[in-house]
Write a protein that binds this ligand. Structure first.
Ligand SMILES: [Zn+2]
Length: 83
C-alpha cells in the first residue's frame, strides 16, 4: 500500500520517508525496555519493529493508525472537541 486516501479525500503517500505526517506510536512499556539496549542501533530496531505507524492527514487532522494487533489494517480517528 503505497498511498492511502483519507476520508476527506486527501491522498497520503506512505512511501515518503521521513515524512512530517508520519509518526510512531510506542508503548511506555516498550520505551522503558529501551534502557536495556546498550547499542544505539538496537534502540532504533526496537522502535522500528515494535511500534504502530500513524499518519496525520495534513488536510483534516484525522489520524490513520496501522495497529499491529489489527494486522496493520488502518483505523481512522477524527478529532473531536471537548465541548
Ligand atoms: Zn483528511
Amino acid at each position: 500500500m503505497a498511498k492511502i486516501a483519507c476520508k476527506c479525500g486527501h491522498i497520503i503517500n506512505l512511501i515518503i520517508h521521513p515524512s512530517p505526517d508520519e509518526f510512531k506510536i510506542i508503548s511506555s512499556e516498550t520505551m522503558d525496555s529501551l534502557h536495556e539496549q546498550s547499542v544505539l542501533e538496537n534502540v532504533f530496531d526496537v522502535i522500528r519493529l515494535e511500534n504502530d505507524d500513524m499518519y496525520k492527514c495534513p488536510a483534516c487532522s484525522r489520524l490513520i493508525i496501522f495497529w499491529k494487533q489489527n494486522n496493520n489494517l488502518p483505523s481512522l480517528y477524527k478529532p473531536e472537541s471537548f465541548d
